[in-house]
Design a protein around this ligand. Structure first.
Ligand SMILES: [Mn+2]
Length: 312
């Protein structure tokens, strides 16, 4: 990771200069950043995105004093004045017990949701989302809006069913997941033709990049059912790699930052956003702190959208 000096944390490392609070002490309606470095890695067990939560928090420090400033991407202050923004730190990763990692994530999310919190997930690879989505789906019926270069519908990879290429297939198996809108697929990922067929047969609405360019961002947000709570699953490789180079699933032809702003505001106009997951950032692959600043900005956007939904 290369961070230039303005992005280095001056002191504390909580997201956006927030207060660090234990999960069981968060206030109702609070937006809560939570770092999840890993859950179910493939192969050797090494984490792809293990340093991402710290990198995002570090990049956010410079913006902490400006939380009340007008945010033109949101049409108001980044965080409305009454917003409680907290940071509950990281969920521990155990390289020898992936099932325990998943159980820890799911119970932590269940506790946050039962307290009326709006979690902002700082991942971690895509696998960390599976237990978080399980907790959301047990808490209330949800729509998943995934932005990703990949559809993540493999049933297993290397015998592992809970890894980063299986996130959306596992989520589709949770009874509380009532709809899925998948935006940004392009090029070749891990999906086989049968995976795409299975996703469509299960009712997933796949808006690949060609469709998105043909029909527009408004078409994509209009595919989100009105009213039902939404969890945003944002894999940063959904953006073009020239925008966020710090990734592993390289796929040219992706979304720009402004596309994400328009898309997410369109989703927020249709349904409350109750969870925001930001995954798959690899600080070690970043170029000159270009990507980390945009990923930090996406996390800030997520916080602002969660705060607005929690308030309404
Ligand atoms: Mn991806």
């Amino acid at each position: 990771m290369r961070l230039d000096s303005p992005d280095r944390p001056a002191g504390g490392s909580a997201f956006l200069g927030s207060d660090i609070v234990a999960v069981d002490a968060v206030a109702k309606g609070a937006v809560v950043a939570i770092g999840i470095p890993g859950a179910t890695p493939y192969g050797s067990g090494a984490l792809l995105c293990g340093t991402a939560p710290a990198a995002i928090r570090a990049a956010s420090q410079r913006h902490g004093p400006n939380r009340a400033h007008y945010d033109f991407d949101l049409g108001g202050p980044l965080l409305p004045p009454e917003t409680r923004l907290l940071d509950s730190g990281d969920i521990a990763f155990d390289p020898s017990d992936f099932a325990a990692n998943r159980a820890r994530i799911e119970t932590t999310y269940a506790r946050l949701l039962s307290r009326g919190a709006a979690p902002l997930l700082l991942g971690g690879d895509d696998s960390v989302q599976i237990p978080a989505l399980a907790a959301f789906a047990a808490h209330t019926d949800i729509t998943i809006v995934q932005i990703d270069a990949h559809i993540d519908w493999r049933d297993e990879v290397q015998g592992e069913r809970w890894g980063l290429s299986s996130t959306m297939r596992r989520a589709s198996e949770f009874a509380g997941v009532k709809a899925m809108v998948q935006i940004g697929a392009r090029g070749m990922g891990s999906a086989r033709p049968s995976d795409v067929a299975d996703a469509k047969a299960a009712g997933s609405q796949i808006i690949d990049m060609r469709t998105l360019r043909a029909k527009g961002l408004g078409h994509a947000s209009n595919c989100v059912p009105e009213g039902r709570p939404v969890v945003i699953c944002l894999d940063v490789d959904g953006l073009d790699p020239s925008v966020v180079p710090g990734i592993t699933g390289f796929a040219p032809g992706g979304l720009g930052y402004a596309d994400i702003v328009e898309l997410l505001n369109g989703v927020a106009a249709r349904a409350p956003i109750i969870g925001f997951n930001l995954v798959e950032f690899v600080p070690e692959n970043d170029i000159g702190a270009l990507g980390v600043r945009t990923v930090c900005r996406l996390a800030m956007l997520g916080a602002g959208l969660l705060a607005r939904s929690a308030k309404s």
